[in-house]
Design a protein around this ligand. Structure first.
Ligand code: AHG
Ligand code: MN
Ligand code: MN
Ligand code: MN
Length: 335
């Protein structure tokens, strides 16, 4: 009977984490608990975004953050949800957020062994139009003996334990990866309130003729940047130029790039000489996802993004990330 052919062997995020934990004999379950708190913040943020226009949560909060962005109401609420989730998990020693000038130390979380960076809402300029936005996170494990210091988080992405992002779109998608691991995608089933594994072992196509950049900044670009993007508009081997896709939320542009291939870039330019996107909670976590999915991520000097250690928690970088061959092409223009 076809009507009985429902998949009952579903891999929820909880099951996935439990099975991963079981693979590591030394695991204490702390990471699993931390991740439970994280996924609760993602579900809550998704819920408020869905309801924003109904409950007066559109528009500006009337404040700015350290990196100069005007804060939307949902930037502030999502930041608060994220902070409380990390605090109450008891497993997070310190937190860096785009929306907080300083590191938050959770001194009451005795024995907490993780340091987390987050962009509570990425793409917040798109919020009021109902365009996809997301949350980005990165997790470091504290070195043995540390109770959590600034140095524990000002590290290159090569030392990240885990990273990922959630995209709040037509459905909520969660993408996670661990150091040296695969990339796995989950979809929030709002009916059962669980993230379900829908995209196991995500791999980027090796190349794809799609580029994603804010072309309005071309007035500020240097010659190499102009030459590279101009080359994509010329006839390629198949006689066609590249397609352009730019949503303006890094998570959404990156998620599409992860699935379809291509390149996403936010290069440094004369207006933003150090780039716009921030290393700890935008560039590094996305770079870990892309490398673990078979792609590449580099900065404006064509150095591996994961090897860049920020000096300050809100430091920025130019970034190019995407399919392996697309990044190789970028390098030929910037070398
Ligand atoms: P955020 O909303 O977290 O401040 O990040 C905005 C970022 C990123 O989402 C996006 O890729 C980029 O800014 C868009 O910038 P432009 O509007 O300058 O294109
Ligand atoms: Mn912002
Ligand atoms: Mn962002
Ligand atoms: Mn943000």
């Amino acid at each position: 009977d076809d009507s009985l052919k429902v998949n009952t062997n579903i891999i929820t995020l909880t099951r996935f984490l439990t099975e991963e934990q079981a693979k590591h004999k030394e695991a204490t379950g702390d990471f699993t608990l931390l991740f439970h708190a994280l996924q609760f913040s993602f579900k809550s943020i998704a819920y408020y975004i869905r309801r924003a226009t109904l409950v007066n949560l559109t528009g500006l909060a009337g404040s700015s953050n350290t990196t100069g962005d005007e804060q939307k109401k949902l930037d502030v609420i999502s930041n608060d949800l994220f902070i409380e989730a990390m605090r109450s998990s008891g497993k997070c020693a310190l937190l860096v957020s785009e929306e907080e000038e300083e590191i938050i130390f959770f001194n009451d979380s005795h024995g907490a062994r993780y340091a987390v960076s987050c962009d509570p809402i990425d793409g917040s300029s798109n919020l009021d139009a109902g365009v996809s936005v997301g949350t980005i996170f990165a997790i470091h494990k504290l070195p043995d003996g540390s109770n959590g210091t600034k140095e524990d988080i000002l590290k290159p992405g090569t030392e990240l334990l885990a990273a990922g992002f959630t995209m709040y779109g037509a459905s909520s998608q969660l993408v996670i990866t661990m150091k040296g691991g695969t990339v796995n995608g989950f979809t929030l089933d709002t009916g059962v309130g669980e993230f379900i594994l829908t995209h196991p072992d995500m791999r980027l196509p090796k190349s794809r003729a799609i580029y994603s950049v804010n072309e309005g900044n071309s007035l500020y670009w240097d010659e190499r940047t102009i030459n590279y993007f101009n080359s994509l508009k010329q006839s390629q081997a198949n006689g066609k130029p590249y397609s352009s896709r730019y949503i303006g939320s890094m998570v959404a542009d990156a998620y599409r790039t992860l699935l379809y291939g291509g390149i996403f870039a936010y290069p440094a330019d004369k207006k933003s000489p150090k780039g716009k996107l921030r290393i700890l909670y935008e560039c590094a976590p996305m770079a870990l996802v892309f490398e673990n999915a078979g792609g590449q991520a580099v900065d404006n000097n064509m150095n591996r993004m994961l090897e860049i250690a920020p000096e300050h928690i809100h430091d920025r970088s130019g970034i190019f990330l995407g399919s392996w061959d697309e990044i190789e092409k970028v390098k030929t223009f910037f070398k």
